[in-house]
Ligand binder design. Structure first.
Ligand code: SAM
Length: 403
C-alpha cells in the first residue's frame, strides 16, 4: 500500500504531449524554446525530448546541475495548483492562497494543511500584484506566477508555442488508450464519455479525419468545449451531442447517422472512458474523497457498460478505461462484465505497454495479462519499458462481442 501511496505522491518524471498527426510538428521550435529557457536557468544543456511514436512527444527533466537561487519571499498556492506546478505549469490566479506584498517573488510553496505545514513546489516570477489578486472584489484570472523551475525539474512548456490544436498536453496512458482503440477510416465509433475530447480528437486524427465518430457527454458546457477542440484540431469527422450515455441505446432509434439514442449493434468500436474516482492522478497531494464517494463509481460504470455492450456490433471492439487505481473500478468491472454478458470476450488491449492486472481481483492470470494497468504493480508477467512505469495511474481493457 505504501508503495502505491509514495508513487502517487510524486509527479511522473516525463511530460508527454500528443501531436496532431494531421499537422506538421516543428522540432526546431521546441529546441529553440528550451535553449531560451536554458539561458535563464544558467545552463548549457537542454532536456532531452523525442517522439515515442509519431503522435507522442516525450520531454524529460532538466539535468541535476540546473540550480536556481530561491528568493526569500513566498507565494502560497493550493494543493491542486501545486500539483500542476510540479507537472510544469504556471500558477494561475485562482490557485493562489496568499502572498506577501512586494513586486518580485522568487519562491512559492504549497500549504499542505492549514496548520502551516508547507512543501516547496517551484520557483518563478510574480506577475500580479497583491491588489490585482485579492483586493478587487472579483476573482482574478490569468498567470499569477510565471514558473521558472518546478521542484520536479520538469520543463515548463506552453502549448501556445505551437498553433492551437497542434500539440496537446496528455498523459501517456491516455495516449496509449487511443492506440488501443486504433480508429480506422470509415469505422463507426462511439465515444460515450467524451469531454473534453482529448481521446476523441486522437481517434479522429489517427483515422485521418475519416472515421465516423459520435462523441457523447452529459454536460452541455463540456460538449461545447469539445466542439471548440475539434475545431482547433481541424477535425470534421466528429459529431458531438449532450446526452446521458446510460440511455444511448434504443430500439426506436433512426440509426447512427442521427443523434442519440442509437439502435443495438450499431458501432464498430465503442470507447467507454468512464467517470471514475480519478485516484491515478499524480502527484496527489490531497484527496478529499470519502469512502462513500469511492464506492459510488462502480454503479455508474456498470450502467454505462450495459449500454456500451448493447450498441456495439457483433465482432466490434469495446475499450474500457479509467484514470484510477482501485480494483473495484478496474479488474472487478472486467470480471463483472465477463460474468454478466456471455456475449463478451476479453481480448488483449494491444499494444500492451502497461503492467498486467492485479491478482486476486476476479481475473485469471491469462486475463490479467490481457489488460493493462499503469501503477506500481508486480509486472513479472511481462516486460514493461520504464517510461510506462512512471505515468499517472490508469487502466485499459478491451472486449469483443460474439454472436
Ligand atoms: N474521454 C475524455 C477525454 O479523454 O478527454 C475524458 C472523460 S472523463 C474521464 C468522464 C466524462 O464522463 C466526464 O466528462 C463526464 O461529464 C462524463 N459523464 C459522466 N457520466 C456520464 C453519462 N451518464 N453520460 C455521458 N457522459 C457522462
Amino acid at each position: 500500500m505504501h508503495k502505491i501511496q509514495d508513487w502517487l505522491a510524486r509527479p511522473p518524471k516525463y511530460t508527454t504531449f500528443r501531436i496532431n498527426s494531421l499537422r506538421k510538428f516543428e522540432y526546431d521550435k521546441l529546441t529553440n524554446y528550451l535553449i531560451e529557457q536554458s539561458k535563464e536557468l544558467n545552463t548549457t544543456s537542454i532536456p532531452k525530448f523525442y517522439l515515442l511514436r509519431p503522435d507522442c512527444l516525450v520531454v524529460e527533466q532538466w539535468t541535476d546541475d540546473v540550480k536556481i537561487e530561491n528568493g526569500n519571499k513566498i507565494v502560497v498556492v493550493d494543493a491542486l495548483c501545486a500539483a500542476a506546478v510540479l507537472r510544469g505549469a504556471h500558477v494561475f490566479a485562482p490557485g493562489v492562497m496568499g502572498l506577501p506584498s512586494g513586486k518580485i517573488i522568487f519562491k512559492f510553496l504549497l500549504k499542505v494543511n492549514y496548520d502551516g505545514k508547507k512543501k516547496y513546489v517551484g520557483t518563478g516570477y510574480l506577475k500580479m500584484t497583491r491588489n490585482e489578486l485579492f483586493d478587487n472584489g472579483i476573482q482574478a484570472s490569468g498567470i499569477a506566477v510565471h514558473t521558472l523551475l518546478p521542484a520536479s525539474r520538469l520543463p515548463v512548456i506552453n502549448e501556445t508555442l505551437y498553433p492551437k490544436g497542434t500539440i496537446l498536453l496528455q498523459n501517456l496512458p491516455s495516449i496509449v488508450c487511443g492506440w488501443v482503440v486504433d480508429a480506422k477510416p470509415h469505422e463507426v465509433i462511439l465515444d460515450m464519455c467524451a469531454a473534453p475530447g482529448n481521446k476523441t480528437t486522437h481517434l479522429a486524427e489517427m483515422s485521418h479525419d475519416q472515421a465516423n465518430i459520435i462523441a457523447l457527454d452529459k454536460t452541455p458546457q463540456k460538449i461545447a468545449s469539445l466542439q471548440k477542440n475539434c475545431y482547433s484540431h481541424g477535425l470534421t469527422c466528429i459529431k458531438a451531442f449532450v446526452f446521458d450515455s446510460t440511455k444511448c441505446c434504443s430500439y426506436e432509434s433512426d440509426g447512427v447517422h442521427q443523434g442519440p439514442p442509437y439502435p443495438p449493434n450499431s458501432f464498430d468500436k465503442v470507447l467507454l472512458d468512464a467517470p471514475c474516482s480519478g485516484l491515478g492522478q499524480r502527484p496527489q497531494l490531497i484527496n478529499k474523497m470519502t469512502p462513500k464517494m469511492l464506492q459510488s463509481y462502480k454503479f455508474v460504470q456498470r450502467k454505462l457498460f450495459r449500454s456500451a455492450v448493447e450498441v456495439l456490433k457483433f465482432g466490434g471492439r469495446l475499450t474500457y478505461s479509467t484514470c484510477t487505481v482501485t480494483e473495484d473500478e478496474n479488474e472487478r468491472i472486467v470480471s463483472w462484465a465477463l460474468e454478466t454478458f456471455p456475449c463478451l470476450s476479453l481480448v488483449p488491449a494491444e499494444p500492451l505497454l502497461g503492467g498486467p492486472g492485479l491478482p486476486n481481483c476476479g481475473l485469471s492470470d491469462q486475463q490479467r495479462e490481457m489488460v493493462q494497468r499503469f501503477s506500481p504493480t508486480d509486472d513479472s508477467l511481462r516486460f514493461v519499458d520504464p517510461i510506462y512505469k512512471d505515468t499517472i495511474g490508469f487502466f485499459i481493457a478491451q472486449f469483443t462481442k460474439l454472436k
